[in-house]
Design a protein around this ligand. Structure first.
Ligand code: PMP
Length: 434
């Protein structure tokens, strides 16, 4: 029976990334605790995607709730131009202390896309303020940086961007292979003197299909770009806060990025907050008695005190050795599953990075984001009490770090069962067409 909430929802709500004519109706969720989403009818689902990759400590964490409630009593929100407050300053101090390489200044926004927009705008204006016309952006193939116009332009062009294609600025692309040709492209871009910035997702390209690639490739690009002053932007919106193992994926790079974008795990997946951090050398290009050199960008909820207070509490939890141990444990268990996944002929490239596990389903259904495998898989896993939402034909599992061993076992069992189901469906199809 369709719940009343779903009927009311259909009348008035427009959901993200959802084609109503094709999608299943949304599931009414009443509450969430730890790794569990509790639906209106009492059904529980293990949150296998960390609620869009942001929930790292589990839902309803008492310390995060306390931090939000306490802060709300004191100061709920205030304009952040001309004012400052303790939660924002302390968070900026604590972040700059734990970020790898060196980042000195923190600019606050509310979501990953805005953090990327800010990074790109800072990079272009950095050159403009110094009287140089450098506006070309360099990005990687298969990249994803968000859904606003600038972030969309930097991302790979697929079905998401198609209607807007002619409105997006041109971007130079490099592969994640680091071929001689790529390096030649890097050098010629530098020689042209037009490249403003190079943006990348270090280690794992998330929405592009959980594509994992070597930090050595990035380092080879960064080496060339840094030598020519091209600003390097690490988009750690997904990889930050321990997702791939280290606290930040760019700690595995020899060459330091100039700018870093963070969001998602920043507040433990509770409140919208993002930051774009840079080194003083970048900030100093905006320090001037000339008003036109100001960075004219800001959002209403910039540095919202409640979100900042929760982010501080979440960072404390993330830095706790117990959390690190838990992440290592999940990473080991993911790695142990890879050999079993590799036995299935219709599964390709089983892979893991930190707490992310992924594989491709290699069957002759159409590929890409709209692959029908995705919907089939979502239903399959839902029936087994797990929220898994493949990116097209890429099935991935990215749990909150607090997931228990029993829950890991349950999800792994469902994943193996799914692989068997794919194998058997392919055999049946082959037998029917023979
Ligand atoms: N960058 C990366 C690497 C991301 O994975 C995402 C979101 N999936 C974004 C940017 C955009 O973040 P948001 O959805 O918060 O705008």
């Amino acid at each position: 029976m369709t719940s009343n909430l779903v009927v009311r929802d259909a009348a008035v709500v427009w959901h993200p990334f959802t084609q109503v004519e094709l999608a299943d109706p949304p599931l009414p969720v009443a509450a969430a605790r730890g790794t569990r989403l509790i639906l209106e009818d009492g059904t529980q689902l293990i949150d296998g995607v960390s609620s869009w990759w942001c929930n790292i400590h589990g839902h309803g964490h008492p310390e995060l709730i306390r931090a939000a409630a306490t802060q709300m009593e004191e100061l709920d929100h205030v304009i952040f131009a001309g004012f400052t407050h303790e939660p924002a300053v302390s968070l900026a101090e604590e972040l700059t202390a734990v970020l790898p390489h060196r980042f000195d200044k923190v600019f606050f926004t509310e979501n990953g896309s805005s953090a990327v927009e800010v990074a790109l705008k800072i990079a272009v204006q950095y050159w403009h303020n110094q009287g140089q016309h450098r506006t070309r952006i360099v990005a990687l193939d298969h990249s994803y940086h968000g859904d606003t116009f600038g972030a969309m332009a930097a991302g790979a062009r697929g079905i998401f961007a198609r209607p807007f294609e002619e409105m997006l600025f041109g971007v130079e692309r490099l592969s994640t292979e680091g071929t001689e040709r790529d390096l030649a492209t890097c050098r010629s871009l530098c020689a042209s003197g037009q490249a403003a910035a190079f943006i990348f997702e270090p280690g794992v390209q998330g929405a592009g299909g959980m594509r994992m690639y070597s930090p050595a490739v990035l380092d080879s690009y960064l080496e060339v770009f840094r030598e020519h002053g091209v600003l390097c932007i690490a988009d750690e919106v997904m990889t930050g806060f321990g997702r791939t193992g280290p606290l930040f994926a760019c700690s595995e790079l020899q060459n330091a990025p100039d700018i870093i974008c963070l969001s998602k795990g920043l507040t433990g997946g509770t409140l919208p907050l993002a930051v774009t951090a840079c080194r003083n050398q970048v900030f100093d290009a905006f320090r001037s008695r000339e008003p036109a050199h100001t960075f004219f960008h800001g959002h209403t909820y910039t540095a919202n005190p409640i979100a900042c207070a929760v982010a501080r509490a979440s960072l404390r939890l993330t830095l706790n050795p117990q959390c690190t141990a838990r992440r290592d444990h999940i990473a080991q268990r993911h790695t142990a599953l890879l050999a079993r996944l590799a036995e299935f002929p219709h599964i390709s490239d089983p892979r893991a990075s930190g707490t992310i596990l992924a594989f491709d389903v290699r069957v002759s259904l159409e590929r890409g984001y709209t692959s029908s495998i995705s919907q089939l898989a979502q239903r399959f896993f839902r029936e087994r009490g797990v929220l898994i939402r493949p990116l097209g034909s890429v099935v991935y599992f990215m749990p909150p770090y607090c997931i228990s061993d029993e829950e890991l076992d349950a999800v792994y069992a469902a994943l193996i069962e799914f692989c068997r189901f794919i194998r058997e469906s392919c055999h049946t199809n082959a037998a029917q067409t023979a």
